[in-house]
Ligand binder design. Structure first.
Ligand SMILES: Cc1cc2nc3c(=O)[nH]c(=O)nc-3n(C[C@H](O)[C@H](O)[C@H](O)COP(=O)(O)OP(=O)(O)OC[C@H]3O[C@@H](n4cnc5c(N)ncnc54)[C@H](O)[C@@H]3O)c2cc1C
Length: 340
């Protein structure tokens, strides 16, 4: 047995409940799941999957993914959320793909840099944010990205490939990463000004933020952890910008953390002139229930798990909205949610 295969067997957990790895808290038992911590472990995962004929499915925090009720035994689910690295470089910050996007806003809080404020309480990992150009109001990941680093799943032997911003083909919740067999492993992010910390202090700061047990994919846990981090910073005398407090008010007001969900289910269709939430409202679909899932009675573009929902309950509601919207408004809304 090669050392890569041994590493694969050591990293792979069996019979793991995917519901524990998704903010929907939905998903059946996976036969294979791995959480690599290093790039060497990522390479061993890919190698092992190939030699065992498994189909790898990559995810981060599972905040935009609906896992199946009965996962295919031939799939290897693997998340980079435990691969967390950062390095302050001249004029830029290198961050590994598994890092929580919210940690970027905390880095900004401690260093006086405000360009990452929009990532505060934006669930998910940087890798997925780069993949789908995560967005909060007028700010998106492509605003802060300089270069993404990827591994080609089909040709891992090529090593790490640099993708500069100009080649990322970014648009509204779309990118080249959705069209290539690439795993984003990290990125250089732009720093608009020099942070008030030295490189060593930055490393210490991230090590401290990381040393606390990072939250699970349960949304109340996530909300509590990161709002508490603001309180800790404030007690140490750091200035908490109003923008961060506004995020708490906005997301709490929209009940983002009250029920398991994956946030917005559909992308907006900007040719229609109204966001998806409003269109669903106009169809009177808010509050519609299928099994344990419900179209939020607060926001028409969110489907919540109100207790014991199955993936099929959510997909039934997705289909219902698509049919009704097509009938009334003449287009089939495109899910933003990744349905496995
Ligand atoms: C309460 C709530 C509010 C939300 N609000 C917003 C919002 O305001 N704006 C917004 O944009 N989104 C929002 N979302 C959705 C979610 O935050 C983003 O889609 C985020 O980018 C998902 O990150 P993740 O790590 O959880 O991705 P996952 O759900 O784990 O994965 C999503 C997709 O990304 C791919 N992927 C993951 N990691 C990588 C990688 N390293 N390389 C390549 N592909 C990868 C996966 O294969 C999958 O297809 C919200 C979600 C919730 C639950």
């Amino acid at each position: 047995m090669t050392s890569q295969n041994q590493l694969f067997d050591r990293l792979c957990r069996s019979r793991v409940n995917l519901a524990d790895y998704s903010t929907y808290e939905i998903g059946g038992e996976a036969r294979h799941l791995a959480l690599p911590h290093t790039l060497e472990e990522v390479a061993a995962m890919l190698e092992g999957a190939k030699s065992k004929g498994l189909n790898p499915f990559l995810f981060g925090m599972g905040s935009n993914t609906l896992f199946p009720d009965h996962p295919d035994d031939e799939m290897l689910f693997f998340s980079l959320k435990e691969h967390i690295e950062f390095k302050l470089l001249p004029g830029r910050l290198f961050v590994s793909a598994g890092t929580s996007m919210t940690l970027l806003s905390l880095f900004g809080l401690y260093t006086g840099i405000d360009s990452f404020d929009f990532t505060f309480l934006l669930p998910g990992t940087l890798g997925a944010g780069i993949y789908m150009n995560a967005k909060y109001f007028n700010h998106q990941i492509s605003d802060v990205l300089e270069t993404a680093y990827v591994i080609d799943k089909e040709h891992p032997e090529k090593g790490i490939i640099s993708v500069p911003l100009s080649s990322c083909e970014y648009g509204y919740k779309t990118s080249i990463f959705m069209r290539r067999p690439w795993i984003v492993v990290g990125a250089d992010l732009k720093l608009p000004e020099d942070p008030k910390l030295t490189s060593e202090q930055t490393n210490e700061l991230f090590a401290k933020l990381r040393s606390k047990n990072l939250p699970s994919s349960m949304l109340p846990d996530y909300f509590r952890h990161y709002t508490n981090e603001l309180n800790v910073a404030a007690k140490q005398g750091f200035h908490v910008r109003q923008e961060l407090l506004d995020v708490i008010a906005d997301r709490s007001g929209k009940l983002h953390f009250d029920y398991p969900s994956c946030g917005s289910v559909f992308k907006n269709n900007y040719t229609i002139g109204e966001p998806m939430g409003k269109l669903v409202d106009r169809l009177g679909l808010r509050g519609t229930v299928r099994g344990g899932a419900m179209i939020s009675d607060h926001h028409g573009n969110i489907i919540q798990n109100r207790g014991g929902a199955k993936a099929s309950d959510v997909t039934d509601l997705v289909k219902l909205v698509q049919e009704k919207v097509e009938g009334e408004f003449g287009f089939v809304p495109e899910p933003e949610l990744v349905i496995v």
